[in-house]
Write a protein that binds this ligand. Structure first.
Ligand code: ADP
Ligand code: F6P
Length: 475
């Protein structure tokens, strides 16, 4: 029997629900954890709040009734096939995603995609207000839903509205390309609190506001006016770097069966002296090609040799119908094939490539098995993989090679920091990690672990929600 109320004091709104609907080979429908850092970050937070989560169930053209899971009410928002193409693949992931990630791939601008984005954002806003109790907090997440804060403010002036952007907010010179930049800024400014990963993202946003909306921004505060030029409310922009459930990962890392699985993984790849690991969604922002190129050159130079060293590259399938995602998969698979053809043997591979998702326990076993973790993103809002690796290193060993272009690099200063565009520098960073003395590894890992344990995801959500609750309401 459903005992939950129909209205909630906390409503999270994100493009995806924490679980995706999947139909097994037997035709039976089930649920599995959705991909990506947003769900990794938010799911543990929602387990301790009695709230609702509004989001898409991951398959187009399917209407699903609200249901309860892990103490939350899940409220599915349907997307038609056309909306999946135009709002999700199109405007979200072929316009905004590349635009907000340093235009690593060229963004496409299509008016039909924008129309779908508007329409779907309106549907999410309606679904959120339907389950929000009076004076509730509605917390909207990520670039797919930037118009929702403004829409909710119009529908429900009683609620407090928070927005958190999980990906970078670009410098104004790049953001300015967006034909709908003013609408996006007005949409975001509908929130009382707009959170970003880094101070730099928040500063970029405020600069865009100054240039376009014309309101004065000081100390992150923006006086927002409505379409008639009347003062409406004050919005605040601030950085809140997201994190992970560090205690939970540490608990898993201490389990004897997971430690045993880590030993088996090492055995399965030939018990190398050094096991290097990469874990990413298959995305062109993650620098997977750069990492493989650096590794191939180290084998070519003779600095590393197969047998002594192996790379395990896990790449979760992502946004697979989009051209740039097909291209990156093709490039990575070509590079893996070449390097294995050139340097591998019958029983030893240079790169062990796995293009699928794993359960949480298995991911922890991979982290435990790895001597060196390679995070070489060309641009990343945060990168939770880097923090997960650190949290699982319960013996204070292992080394993290971390791109300067991740949000995580602001906090994880004791990692070996690299510029992945500089292949020579990346090779030097990898060698530094491979050759690091146990004493040096332990010194760095202790400091990294302290940081991740203190600033965990519970701290992140508390900071955000307390700041939102503490804002003066003047509307
Ligand atoms: P993004 O949000 O861009 O995908 P993050 O590094 O912030 O990048 O988060 C990725 C999350 O997805 C992490 O929690 C990581 O453990 C998880 N993940 C990545 N690859 C896999 C995989 N193959 N199987 C299961 N979980 C994965
Ligand atoms: O923040 C990164 C992000 O885009 C999340 O919004 C998203 O849930 C995750 O990556 C995975 O991407 P997708 O939902 O497109 O599979």
């Amino acid at each position: 029997m459903n005992k939950k109320p129909a209205k909630f004091d906390l409503v999270v709104v994100a493009n995806r629900l924490p679980v995706d609907r999947e139909v097994g080979p037997d035709g039976e429908a089930g649920w599995r954890q959705s991909p990506g850092g947003l769900v990794t970050g938010l799911a543990p937070v929602m387990k301790t709040h009695d709230g609702a989560w509004v989001g898409w169930a991951g398959t187009p053209d399917e209407e699903i009734e609200p249901f309860d899971l892990d103490g939350m009410r899940l409220v599915p928002v349907p997307l038609s096939n056309d909306e999946f193409t135009q709002y999700y693949e199109g405007f979200s992931n072929a316009t905004l995603w590349p635009l907000y990630h340093d235009v690593i791939a060229p963004p496409e601008f299509h008016r039909t995609w924008w129309d779908a984005y508007l329409r779907v954002n309106e549907r999410f806003a309606q679904a959120a207000v339907t389950v929000a109790a009076e004076n509730a907090v509605i917390w909207i997440h990520d670039y797919q839903l930037q118009l929702v804060p403004g829409m909710i403010r119009k529908l429900r002036p009683d609620v407090r509205i928070g927005f958190f952007n999980h990906i970078p907010f670009p410098p104004y010179e790049i953001f300015a390309q967006l034909p709908w930049r003013k609408q996006i800024l007005h949409g975001l400014l509908g929130a009382d609190l707009i959170g970003f990963q880094r101070p730099y993202d928040s500063a970029n946003f405020l600069r865009a506001v100054r240039r376009n909306v014309g309101t004065v921004a000081r100390n992150g505060l923006v006086r927002v006016t409505d379409e008639n030029g009347e003062e409406s409310h004050t919005a605040k922009a601030q950085s809140f770097p997201i994190s992970i459930d560090a205690a939970e990962l540490e608990r898993l890392a201490l389990k004897p069966e997971i430690q045993e699985r880590a030993r088996q993984i090492r055995e399965e790849v030939g018990n190398p002296e050094v096991l290097m690991l990469g874990v990413d969604r298959m995305d062109y922002t993650k620098g997977i090609r750069h990492r493989i190129k650096a590794f191939a050159e180290l084998l070519e130079d003779g600095a590393l040799s197969v047998g002594e060293v192996t790379l395990v590259q896990i790449a979760t399938p992502s946004r697979e119908r989009l051209e740039h995602y097909k291209q990156i998969r093709h490039d990575v698979e070509l590079a893996v094939g070449r390097i294995n053809g050139e340097y591998g043997g019958l029983s030893t591979q240079a790169v062990n490539y796995l293009h699928h998702s794993f359960p949480r326990d298995e991911m922890v076993a991979f982290y435990l098995a790895a001597d060196v973790m390679l995070v070489t993103a060309l641009r990343d809002g945060m990168n939770l993989v880097a923090k997960e690796y650190v949290a699982t290193r319960v013996n204070h060993d292992g080394a993290l090679v971390l791109s300067e272009f991740t949000g995580a690099a602001d906090e994880l200063r004791q990692a070996v920091l690299v510029n992945p565009h500089d292949i020579t520098g990346l090779k030097a960073g990898i060698m530094k990690a491979v050759e690091m003395t146990p004493r040096e590894s332990a010194r760095r890992m202790r400091a990294l672990r302290r940081r991740v344990a203190e600033d965990d995801v519970q701290h992140w959500s508390r900071m955000f929600l307390e700041t939102l609750a503490g804002l003066r309401r003047d509307n």
